[in-house]
Design a protein around this ligand. Structure first.
Ligand SMILES: [Zn+2]
Length: 147
């Protein structure tokens, strides 16, 4: 397989916002759908906080009453309506009975995206080191001033 090198700007990864030492990225699904991972990194004095989130979905598409395309309009719309509400109420029922529901989110990453994503993590560590060193230098300078 062909060797890859990390890209900048990176394929499939976009920078959404930067606030000081906080960066927010979007990692999009490689299949072309609208799924993505929202990924943020915040660097502070003693750690790097990484947060990953994604919109998960229930099986909202499930048809308890199979909808056929050649049905009379009222039956078609009625089944759609009933399927939609059945799925919603089932989720509510599961939350009431079990206290949680299971959802899933699959985000497909290409080989290049995986490399770019890992490079993003490595870069964050390097940024953290630079910031920690700068703050330590500032701390030492302030300490000397105070003496
Ligand atoms: Zn996808």
């Amino acid at each position: 397989m062909k060797d890859l090198t990390p890209q900048k700007p990176a394929e499939g990864i976009s920078l959404v916002k930067t606030y000081g030492d906080f960066r927010w990225y979007r990692v999009s699904c490689d299949c072309g759908c609208d799924k993505e991972i929202s990924f943020s990194i915040e660097i502070d004095d003693c750690s790097i906080t990484a947060n990953m989130s994604s919109t998960t979905k229930t099986k909202y598409w499930y048809q308890r009453w199979r909808v056929e395309g050649n049905e009379p309009w009222l039956l078609y719309v009625g089944k759609q309506f009933c399927n939609d509400w059945y799925n919603r109420l089932e989720v509510v029922w599961k939350v009431l009975v079990h206290g949680y529901i299971e959802t899933s989110a699959d985000v497909i990453l290409s080989r290049q995206q995986c490399l770019n994503f890992s490079e993003l993590l490595k870069t964050s560590i390097a940024d953290f080191d630079v910031l920690a060193e700068a703050r330590m230098t500032q701390y030492e300078a302030n300490k000397k001033k105070a003496e």
